[in-house]
Write a protein that binds this ligand. Structure first.
Ligand code: CA
Length: 463
């Protein structure tokens, strides 16, 4: 297929000797091959629980490498403060409300609509025509019906589980598959899937996911560009870690925090092995690596979102703003901080731009290519306005510039904050600045006006 990057490459090759392009500035260069993409997604990890955001009790030297060798985004947002809808936004690059993914989906494998609808494309499907090989590793949570599973949705390989969480010790995998589920949360006990087959593992789940990710890169990097979606379920509950990782934290007295630290540390080891593999194979300069959490730290896993208010499930910064870093060696600056708001929606827009993939104009992406922003070429805000909507919570939020309006009774009603001056969201300006609040409220009502209703029943409606 004739892609935009292919065209640019040919033009560059033809004219470079004549035009002296060799000393061009360090902006994204059309490469011989489109860049690989790796998304490392953690689950319910707190904003404060990475070294690059100042964490002291849990060293994350490998995760920190992504920020140190790339860009730390201090205001990186997801599109929802719980797992499923956040992943739907990230994976499609579109606000999930556009297609009714308004809540965590039911795990019911007989429901053909409980996931990303077939009318939408996820990143693997977007990249497929450009010759990418894609693998999903870890937590899926984007549909359990056969037509919604990774291999039906653009991925060439899958290793992991379909539900929203999982036990970490394989001796607890005493159910074959979802047909054995009789009660809520039984899905944490199913055997894992390799592609569409149930398989047994013998190691700690986080280590096994890291093994699969490294193995994929080693096996498939010669087949053309690749996309690896590495979705760790750590450090989501249940709190389970092996002695090897627990032993690293003898000085954390709180048992839950200690286990959380061990779970994060296991992820960090895996990230280190993956980055080392990119180095060994000389892939760093042609691989974009994103690291982020799917939502803020939860109230039940001993995570920390300091200095942000709130946590998972809320519309405060602690629910929606996550640890976020991106590395593209040689293209993005190294060790830079970026302070303007960016979004998980930007991952899809960034990769399709550099893979030269055309987007269906009827399904426009809501994100932007981050490269010109992170290199400083474009000094504007990537997102003058960002929106959030949580249907089961009856919550809405908008951030325009630094003004953020929250409309959510469960979080405390109608609140207006200036995030630049008050990132802890302590000083409610809704009365002092009533006109601004009204303006933002009208904007958000307009944004939601054409959205469809929920496309499927929520988590908890089955079995
Ligand atoms: Ca989550």
């Amino acid at each position: 297929m004739w892609t935009r990057s292919g065209l640019f490459s040919c033009v560059a090759v033809l004219f470079a000797p004549l035009c002296g392009f060799a000393s061009a500035p360090a902006v994204a260069q059309p490469a011989q091959s489109p860049p690989n993409l790796i998304i490392i997604l953690t689950d319910d990890q707190g904003y404060a629980d990475v070294g690059f955001n100042g964490c002291r009790d849990i060293p994350t030297p490998n995760i920190d490498r992504i920020a140190k060798e790339g860009v730390r985004c201090t205001e990186g947002y997801v599109t929802y403060s719980v797992c499923g809808p956040s992943r739907a936004g990230l994976m499609t690059g579109r606000y999930q409300d556009r297609f009714g993914f308004t809540t965590n989906p039911t795990i019911d494998p007989s429901n053909p609509d409980a996931g990303i609808p077939l009318s939408e494309k996820n990143i693997a499907e977007l990249l497929d025509p450009a010759g990418y090989t894609s693998m999903a590793v870890g937590k899926w949570h984007l549909g359990t019906h056969p037509r919604l599973r990774p291999l039906s949705r653009g991925f060439d390989e899958f290793f992991g589980f379909l539900s929203g969480g999982h036990n970490y010790f394989p001796e607890q995998y005493d159910l074959n598959d979802l047909s054995d589920v009789k009660r809520q949360w039984d899905w944490y006990r199913t055997r894992l899937l390799r592609d569409n087959e149930r398989v047994d593992i013998d190691g700690y789940l986080t280590d096994e996911l890291s093994d699969a990710a490294v193995d994929f890169v080693k096996r498939r990097h010669r087949d053309g560009p690749f996309f690896l979606y590495l979705a760790y379920n750590a450090p989501h509950t249940p709190m389970q870690a092996t002695q090897k990782y627990l032993d690293r934290f003898p000085d954390i007295p709180n048992e839950r925090r200690r286990t959380y630290a061990a779970m994060v540390s296991a992820v960090d080891d895996g990230v280190g092995r993956l980055l080392d593999t990119l180095d060994e194979l000389a892939l760093a300069e042609n691989t974009i690596v994103f690291f982020l959490s799917d939502n803020g730290g939860a109230s039940n896993n001993a995570s920390r979102n300091a200095p942000l208010r709130g946590n998972k499930s809320t519309m405060f910064e602690g629910g929606l703003r996550v640890p976020f870093a991106v590395r593209w060696t040689g293209t993005l600056p190294a060790g830079a901080d970026y302070h303007k708001p960016v979004s998980s929606l930007d991952i899809a827009a960034t990769i399709v731009t550099h893979a030269g993939v055309d987007i269906n104009p009827d399904k426009p992406l809501d994100g932007v290519d981050l490269v010109p922003f992170l290199t400083g070429q474009n000094r504007a805000r990537p997102h003058p306005v960002m929106y959030w909507r949580m249907v089961p919570r009856d919550g809405l939020a908008i951030r325009r510039g630094d003004e953020k309006l929250i409309l959510c009774e469960k979080d405390g009603g109608r609140m207006l904050f200036n995030i630049a001056e008050d990132q802890r969201e302590r000083n409610n300006l809704v009365n002092a600045r009533g006109a601004v609040a009204a303006e933002l409220e009208a904007m958000i009502q307009g944004w939601t006006a054409d959205f469809p209703g929920p496309a499927f029943p929520p988590l908890g409606s089955w079995p």
